[in-house]
Design a protein around this ligand. Structure first.
Ligand code: SAH
Length: 392
């Protein structure tokens, strides 16, 4: 029988609205010796059942896995993973020309704190909670059962994502098989994916659809891709017929990967040039009159406490680009900070436009793609926000 957590009176409203997190402040009392990562039942102040989930020490104390009083066993996991696989099949994501997609997106797939990304025949599992860390072998086993024909290896990569306080060893490594190939394709474009040392699980899958939009706009244009990482936007701009593509990232390793990905797809690499440089410095020194600038910085706010400075950072970055872009230029601008709401990001862009003193028009509002679904009960899941702006 699972141990129990009792909520304070009146603190059950969000659970009844199926929000998947219980904050530590909502807990009245709990059974003794609940271990981090253990499954707990959540009851209201009168002892009525509310939910069952993984317990964790920290501000989010319980990540809810079910609002039904069920056992969280292998068949539960099979059902949830099965639904996630079905959604991706329904979206027709796995095709010959597309072997990169997110198979499980945490709360959006009813599996909080679990990420699974697919790169061709490799699955990369990432746990953001101790509960999911403890489940990693079960998850791997179930994946092999559900997708026996599609996977050659499963890599577990959680060295950067598990709570520091849990004091776990670095347990990243192969759970099944071994890497044979690290090249995967996205919409017919090839990418080297470094799940061993790269950021996130090795690639930013969430920009796939936005990169397609850039490709459509790129013909005959000069494109600047700031914070390029593995060069995703640059590769699409090249295929779209850009006459010049510049990629900027402060990490020398990212620049190396970007150059490798350009060479993997194109023979006329002279149209492309990559710079290992700070983005703010590059923007302030730049003299080229780019037609399109992409601003896809890392999450400036990783926590709520960092929000104020993060918003200032978005304003400063966008002012720099808006002030310098040519008349009729286009800016793709993003925030991937979960702590920044869509309204806050829009206000930051508004502030930047006003400070830059330019007439800015919103052409598109951008989001994360369908393989990063957002639970309707969990608005925080809408983490990627963006605009395509036309600057007069
Ligand atoms: N647009 C990328 C993802 C960007 S991730 C894609 O589609 O794949 C953010 C990147 O910003 C990282 O590669 C990081 O190295 C880089 N970065 C962080 N701070 C930076 C800075 N001050 N100047 C330039 N690049 C920076």
């Amino acid at each position: 029988m699972y141990k129990t957590v009792y909520l304070k009176k009146g603190k059950d409203a969000s659970v009844k609205r199926r929000h998947p997190w219980i904050f530590s402040g909502a807990i009245e009392r709990q059974d003794q010796d609940i271990a981090e990562g253990e499954i707990v039942r959540v009851l209201d102040s009168e002892g009525n059942f509310l939910a069952v989930g993984h317990f964790q020490i920290g501000s989010i104390a319980v990540r809810i896995l079910s609002f039904d009083d069920v056992e969280l066993d292998l068949s539960f996991l099979k059902e949830r993973l099965g639904c996630a696989i079905q959604l991706r099949r329904n979206m027709n994501l796995l095709r010959e020309e597309n072997s990169i997609y997110r198979l499980v997106h945490g709360e959006g797939d009813g599996l909080p704190a679990l990420i699974i990304d697919i790169y061709d025949r490799t699955a990369v599992i990432q746990a953001h909670s101790v509960g999911m860390h403890l489940w990693r072998m079960k998850v791997a086993e179930m994946l092999l059962q559900l997708m026996p024909e599609q996977l050659d290896c499963i890599y577990y990569k959680s060295d950067q994502t598990l709570p520091f306080k849990a004091n776990l060893n670095d347990e990243s490594g192969y759970l099944y098989g071994k890497e044979k190939n690290n090249i995967a394709v996205e919409n017919g474009l090839k990418f080297h994916i470094d799940w061993l040392k790269g950021q996130k699980t090795g690639f930013f899958i969430d920009q796939r659809e936005n990169r397609c939009l850039l490709e459509k706009f790129s013909c005959g244009k000069k494109v600047l891709n700031m914070f390029c990482y593995t060069g995703g936007f640059s590769v699409y701009a090249m295929r779209g017929g850009a006459t010049l593509v510049h990629s900027v990232d402060s990490s020398a390793r990212a620049i190396e990967t970007t150059n490798a990905n350009i060479a993997l797809n194109f023979e006329d690499t002279l149209r492309h040039k990559a710079f290992a440089c700070d983005a703010f410095r590059f923007l302030s020194d730049m003299t080229e009159d780019y037609d399109i600038i992409i601003l896809d910085p890392p999450a400036f706010a990783k926590h709520r406490e960092a929000l104020h400075n993060a918003l200032k950072g978005y304003v400063r970055l966008n002012v720099a680009a808006m002030s310098k872009i040519k008349k009729g230029g286009i800016i793709f601008t993003f925030s991937c900070s979960q702590a920044v709401t869509p309204e806050q990001f829009r206000t930051a862009i508004f502030t930047a436009a006003a400070r830059a003193n330019r007439f800015v028009k919103i052409l598109y509002q951008l989001h994360q793609p369908a393989d990063h679904p957002i639970s309707i009960y969990h608005p925080e899941g809408e983490y990627l926000k963006g605009f395509i702006l036309y600057v007069e």
